[in-house]
Every structure is written in C-alpha cells, then in structure tokens.
Ligand binder design. Structure first.
Ligand code: 0A1
Ligand code: ZN
Length: 854
C-alpha cells in the first residue's frame, strides 16, 4: 500500500509540464484470478524504449496494490516502491515486464479500479483507476492492445474486444484496437443478457448484448433500440461504423457516474440503461437514449481518437456531448432539446463559471482529475463546438470532422490538433476562437440599438468577469445569431450570424421601413449572458411572434424571470399581462404541447437567485420561495375555469409509448395537474394516481399530491409497491425532500438518512437524498443553517467511503458567496469543518479548498 498521505500538501499537475512516456507499450496481457478479497492480477507487458525519449525514467503508476513479484524477461527484479507507483532499472532494449499483484475488490467502496457491486465484479478505470488494478503507465497517451484471461467461477466473465476462448472457470478476450488503460474493463458475475444485432453499412454483423442482473431482463428493450438507433445515426450523419464483432453493455447498481465508454464493453449505472414504462418516466427514457448514444459515440470520439492527457478531456467529452445532442435533436424535437440543454447549462454550468470553481473547458492545472468531469468540460465544451460549427457552416464542419478522423485515427490528441483540422479544412485562423478553451467565465454581452432613416444599428459590448487565476480577459469570437421582426410580427430579416470579435462592435441593417424588433442570440448561438434593456411588452411580442422557437421560449422565460424578480424585490403581485399571455398560450391547441409545457414551467428558484445575483442583489431564498408559491397559486386561479378541460384535453389515452410526442403531451398534462391540485384538494391527482399504468403519470400524480401535502397515503402505497426496485425507490427518497417546505426540508432529509434503505455505499441512493436536499433551494438555504449542516455531516461521513462522489457533491456549496453574510458564515463554518476532517481525501480537499480560497 502506498497511498499518499491525505491532508499533506497535495501535488498539482500542470498542462505545461507534459512530457511523453519514454517507452512504447507493444502489448499487454493480463490474467485475473478472481476472489472477492484477494484477486491476483498477473501482467505481462512488452516495453520498448523510445529512441528519442527526453526522459527514460521507468515509472509505473500503482495504488492500493500488494506487489507479489516482478520480473524482467523472466528474471526476478527488485522494484522500488515510490509515491504513487514503482520505479525499476530496466534494459535499454525491448523487454517483457511481468508483475503479480494482489488487490481487494470487495473492500473498494470508492468504486474505482476493480470493485464489487451486489456480488458482481466490475471495473471503472477512467480517469486513473487502472493503477488500482496493476502497475502500469496509467496515462491516456500510452496506447496498447490488450489480451485478458479471467479465471473464476462466475457464470459470465467479460472484457474488452472479442472473445477468443472460454472453458470451465476461465474466459479469454482480445481487443485488437490499441487503447489507453482508462478504457480497460472487466465484468464477472451472475448476469443475463438481452441480445440484439446490427449490420453495419459495410455489411458486418455485430452481436449486441445488454447484460443485467436476473430479474432486470424486462428493462432492456428500450436501451437495445436506442443502441441500434445510435449505430445507424453515426453511420448516416458522421459516416462512422462500429469496429468489433461484439458490443456489450452491462448495468451495475453501484457506479459513481452515468456510464463509461470502455472499448466494446460499456458499463452503465443501472439508472442510465434500465427502462420500463412501469418504472421509468418520460424524462428517464429520454436520458437513457441520450446516454446510450453518448457512450456509443465515444467509440470514435474518445476511443479511436483519444486524449493526449487529462487536460484535454473536453476534446472527447465536449465533442461527444455535442454529438449526442445532435442525435437527440434528430430523434426527438430540435427546439425542445435546445431549450432543455440551455436550461441545464444555466442551472449547472453558469454557476460553476461564475463561482470559485470556475475553470476553462481545458483547465491548465489540477490536483485530482476526477474533479474536472464538470459541466464546463462537458456542456460548455459542447457549446464551444456548436459555435465552431455555426462559424464555419455545416459543410465545413463535416469536412473538418472527416479530416479529424482521417488524420488522427489511433492517436492521442490535443485541442491544438482539433483546431488545426478546422483551420486546414476551412483556411480560417482560429487563434482568437481558441480563447474559448483557455478562458473561464461566462461572457456578458450588452446590447444597445439605434434606428434612423431606415438604418438599424445593433451595438454589442462584451466583457467577462474575473475568475480564479484569470483577472483579465481578452475579447472572444462570439457568434450572435440575429433576426429582425417588423412591428406587425413579420420577419424582415432572416437569421444571420454576426461575428463579434471586438470588445465593442456595431452591425447595421439598411432599408428597413420602421424600427424592427430584434431577436438576438437565436438558438442560443453562444453561451453568454445577454444584457439588454427591453420591455415586458416587447418580450410578450417575441413570445407571440418570433420565428425562432428557442427565442420564443426565451422571451417567455425572460418575462417570467422579470415578473418573479419584481415580486421578490418589490413584493408586487404577479404581472397580469404576463398571466394573460400564459393563459393564451396554454389554451392554444395549435401550439406544440411540449413547448407549452416548457413555457408553463417557471424558472427554478435557483435560477431566480442566480438572476438576482447577476444584477447585484443578494438573493433571499425564502422570499424567492414565497414568490414562486404566490405565482403558481395565482396562475392556478387565473386558469381555474379552463384547467379541468385542459387536463382532459391533454390526457394521453391508450398504451404508453415513450416517444417525444407522447412525452410532450404528458409533460403539459402533468403541469396542468399540478396547478389543478392546488385548487381541487387533490381529487384529480388521486384519481390519476389510482389509475396510472405508467411511472410518468404515477409519479406526476404523486408529486402533485405531495407538493400540496395531500399525498401521505399515496406515498405509503408507492413505497409498498416499489420497495424492491432500487431505481424507483431513489425517486421516492428524492421526491419527499423535493416537496418538503423550506423549514421541513433538512429534517425530512435527515429522517431519510435513518431509513433502513438509505446507504452510503450506493451513490444513487446517497445522491437521491443529499442531491435532493441541495436541490431544494429554499430548504437547503433555510436560515437555520440545518441544510448546510446536514449536507456537511453526510459528506464527511461519505468521504472515507467514496471520495469521488463526496467531492462532486461538495459543489452544492459553490454558490455560497451569493448569499447574505449570515449564510456565508454558516457555510464557511461547514466548509472549514469538512476541510479539517482528518484523513480527508485528495478529491474533497481540492474542492473545498478551491471554494474557500476564492
Ligand atoms: N467518460 C464517461 C464519464 C465517466 C468519467 C469518470 C468515471 O469514473 C470516474 C465514469 C464515467 C462519460 O463521459 O460518459
Ligand atoms: Zn463522455
């Protein structure tokens, strides 16, 4: 064992220090003798020194390994155990390194390396988990072919690539594609498969399987269809074909993230693959389809072309998120997907970018790379690609992508390589564009306008507030998609992409008969905060007339925010004109139900807090909560006479189908039910609960009832019906906290941590409870400080079990400097308490110190 002592000054890694490894890894052969507490791993690795190596230190990463023996070309050698791995004197020619180590999968509650989940062996090696399996140059730029032999008594034993042999107590696998160690995977256990098949465009038959625990077979069909759709889509849109004879997906219950793209053997958090109408909501189905696509798309963007080092993480993640968003837009509704993504970006990435954890999509330093699987790397990373595509145009985008796959297949690349293919394909200079990868912070774009003699001028001024380590920012290239409407609602200028490159820049439009109404940042063409003085009547006009569906929603959303901000700051009643506009839209059956549902969903309370903060106010969570309640109650009353009709008209009859169309209708129907429940004492919701034959409607009814404090009986019934289904139980845990009143939130969460089904060992369950606590804005930030205290206590308890999940959840405190001094002091106390915990993990230590030091 050679773990670095936590709490000691942690090591920081820098992008500028990159040095290639001094050896080629020609091949890797691993033999596993499985045993829960004493698995033996034998490795046989052929190394060849690189002739041009700058540094020929032979260092192999290794953590939590017991080294039994090491040999070079068959002769025992003595390796020196050093911090984080081992060193050894090696020959200056090609040699075979062999090591035998012992590991303890059953004790691995961090869920990193080889661990056990419900009696099943599985692995998680990204980012740096392979070093907990054996000694190895565990860095993504070291790529090799892997041959794996698994010995054990498990009925199913899987690894990457194609099966090459199996017998009583053993199975062998070979992956012909060179890969970094982070893509290694092994699974062994009592599993059953849901089979499928796919024929690629060049006629190759691929066997597909989804492997699950016995009992979950009935929840695989949707995932299998999603996989086939993804394979077809990647061929059709990017021309990319699958490259092995077999593609396996495995569902595991204990997993830190959503899923993992291991070559030919994707491992999924069971919540991200198992689906059935009875147990999954429409939102679950959409997410599962997207994650299956995401992991599958990684086969090219991530696996065939990988990252040179972990600073380049957004090279694979930003691109793959961008691709999965394109896929979802094609499978479902493009505007709805865009609106959902922007809501998520503002909820998760903007606070990160505006707080102590801000970092660029390509960070330049880290202590623990697991802390950088962030909304900035993933979602902003994808936004940057969207901007690039908009700037160069669709044809050039695909031309550049073809060049990327042609030029870099089999390589470990950088953002420079990525931008170079765009430069070479288009002749464009992207040096200023590159700032998006190196500068943190969300740019603010102030817009002003002028109209005289038929000429309309738009002036943009961009600035980005300072972020940790980056006090000054240079102007970036910002694609502003703009259209103009005439006052009667006709579009007088179709969408045009204005390229903002200066700190301040004007664009003119000639030949206009009257002052137009601008529709700016259509499709949310850049991840920026727009600042523009406008009126609610202009917003209402755009909500009614804009031809860009995103901006139509955005106008309604901005209007909703103005109304709510005014309610919070001035205590005014909800704006009547706005309520009228909403009513009109909801009753307009010509409009897409999904769109109506989105417009009818008010901005979240944390979104209002964020908006107040952006405008220089200190948000008061209780006031924000009260305004939200008043607003919803008033809206319900305004719609009172039409709600029963609307409810009936939007109820989806017939068998449940998890498609976009049905989901849109059910979303609208659920929204209406929640309003109706505020007026009818829960009668309709109780009827819906009793008759629902799918989780979407059952859950919507339960949520409406619980929010109105009328759901006690149904909550009990729900528990009894679903107590044996872990994924549904996660919903039950989370919902009680999400629906609790602010003063009761922490107590409700605390009680649930004492429930027999609560567990620190299952990240999904921990997140269901603590994530719901952090997500209940007014409850978490309740003046008593009980929410902060409860979260901190639980994070401290979790840290020694699972550092990765602890560190990720610490981010719940990242907005702390927004709040009043009393809350800040309460949070500071909790953060300091976490930091003072003895034996604190490197992961949590880094997150908490960053939050405290900014
Ligand atoms: N590459 C995966 C995400 C992932 C990252 C880390 C993990 O464990 C520490 C697990 C999964 C993806 O983007 O889906
Ligand atoms: Zn990914």
């Amino acid at each position: 064992m050679n773990d670095a002592a936590p709490n000691a000054a942690p090591q920081t890694f820098y992008l500028k220090d990159y040095k290639p490894f001094g050896y080629e890894v020609e091949s890797v052969k691993l033999t596993f003798q499985l045993s829960p507490n004493a698995t033996k791993v034998h490795s046989a690795i052929r190394f060849t020194p690189k002739a041009d190596a700058e540094d020929n230190r032979f260092f192999l990463h290794g953590e939590q390994l017991s080294l039994i023996s090491a040999k070079i070309d068959g002769t025992p050698v003595t390796a020196r155990l050093v911090d984080g791995g081992l060193e050894c004197d090696v020959p200056r020619r090609s040699f075979l390194w062999e090591a035998e180590v012992e590991i303890d999968p059953a004790a691995d509650t961090a869920l990193e390396g080889l661990y056990m989940s419900n009696g099943m062996y599985c692995t998680q090696c990204e980012a740096e988990g392979f070093r907990k399996i054996t000694y190895y140059p565990d860095r993504p730029d070291v790529m090799s072919t892997f041959t794996v032999r698994i010995e054990g008594n498990e009925p199913v034993m899987l690894s990457n690539g194609n099966p090459t042999g199996a017998g009583e107590g053993w199975a062998e696998w070979h992956d012909p594609w060179p890969k970094p160690a982070y893509l290694f995977a092994l699974v062994a256990g009592d599993l059953v498969n849901h089979p499928g098949s796919f024929t690629t465009k060049s006629g190759k038959d691929v066997e597909l399987n989804i492997w699950v625990r016995p009992g979950d077979e009935g929840k695989c069909a949707f995932g299998m269809e999603a996989l086939k759709k993804s394979m077809k889509w990647d061929e059709d849109v990017y021309g990319l074909e699958y490259d092995l004879d077999l593609f396996n997906i495995v569902a595991v219950d204990d997993f830190n993230m959503g899923a993992m793209e291991n070559k030919g053997l994707n491992i999924f958090n069971s919540s991200c693959v198992l689906a059935s109408p009875e147990t999954s909501t429409d939102a679950n189905f959409e997410r599962i389809e997207a994650i299956i696509a995401h992991e599958y798309f990684h086969n090219w963007t991530g696996n065939r072309i990988t990252c040179r080092d972990w600073f380049q993480l957004c090279l694979k993640e930003g691109l793959t998120v961008f691709r999965d968003a394109q896929f979802t837009a094609d499978m479902r509704s493009e505007p709805v997907k865009r609106i959902e993504d922007v809501i998520a970006l503002r909820a998760r990435q903007f606070p990160e970018d505006g707080g102590p954890l801000a970092h660029p999509p390509r960070p330049e330093e880290f202590q623990e790379i697991n802390n950088f699987y962030t909304a900035t790397v993933y979602e902003k990373g994808a936004e940057v690609i969207g901007m690039l595509k908009r700037l160069v145009g669709d044809d050039n985008y695909y031309k550049a992508l073809n060049l990327y796959f042609e030029r870099h297949d089999g390589q470990a690349c950088t953002i420079e390589d990525w931008l170079k293919v765009f430069e070479d394909a288009t002749g464009r200079d992207l040096s200023q564009f590159k700032l998006w990868y190196s500068q943190a912070g969300t740019p603010r774009v102030k817009v002003s306008e002028e109209y005289a003699d038929g000429t309309y001028t738009l002036t943009f001024e961009q600035s980005t507030p300072p972020t940790p380590g980056q006090p000054e920012k240079a102007p970036r290239v910002i694609p502003m998609a703009v259209g103009l409407l005439s006052p009667n609602g006709d579009e007088v200028r179709a969408t045009e992409v204005l390229e903002l490159t200066e700190a301040k820049q004007s664009f003119t439009f000639d030949g206009l008969a009257s002052k137009p109404v601008p529709s700016i940042l259509r499709e949310f063409s850049a991840p920026v905060i727009l600042e523009r003085e406008t009126t609610n009547s202009e917003r209402a006009f755009l909500l009614a007339h804009d031809t860009d569906p995103f901006n139509r929603w955005e106008a309604g959303n901005a209007l909703a925010k103005e109304v709510r901000v005014a309610m919070v700051l001035d205590g005014t009643a909800p704006d009547a004109a706005y309520l009228d506009a909403l009513e009109k839209l909801v009753r307009d059956d010509e409009q897409d139900p999904a769109f109506r549902a989105l417009v009818l969903s008010p901005p979240s309370q944390s979104d209002i807090a964020q908006t107040l903060h952006e405008r220089g106010h200190t948000p008061d969570p209780q006031k924000i909560y009260d305004a939200a309640e008043t607003f919803t109650q008033t809206l319900a009353q305004q719609l009172e006479t039409s709600l029963p009709r609307l409810y009936a008209a939007t109820t989806v009859e017939g068998p449940y189908v998890p498609d976009a169309d049905g989901a849109g209708k059910r979303a609208l129907n659920s929204r209406i039910l929640s309003l109706l429940t505020r007026l009818d004492g829960g009668e309709q919701a109780a009827r819906q609960y009793a008759s629902a034959d799918n989780m979407t409607q059952q859950y919507a009814a339960l949520a409406a009832l619980m929010k109105a404090e009328k759901g006690e009986a149904q909550s009990q019934a729900f528990f009894e019906q679903w107590q044996d289904d872990r994924l549904v139980m996660d919903k039950w845990f989370a919902l009680q906290i999400a629906c609790a009143a602010p003063e009761a939130t922490a107590a409700t969460a605390k009680e649930l941590t004492q429930h027999p089904l609560f567990s620190m060992k299952n990240p999904n369950r921990f997140r269901a409870v603590m994530g719901a606590l952090a997500g209940n804005h007014a409850g978490f930030h309740h003046a008593s400080g009980a929410g902060y205290q409860l979260l901190a206590e639980n994070l401290i308890a979790l840290d020694s079990v699972n550092p990765q999940t602890t560190a990720r959840m610490c981010a719940a405190f990242q907005t702390w400097k927004r709040y009043d001094s009393k809350r800040q002091a309460q949070i500071q106390t909790e953060l300091e308490r976490i930091l003072a915990t003895s034996g604190l993990s490197r992961d949590t230590h880094e997150m908490v110190s960053r939050m405290l030091s900014a």
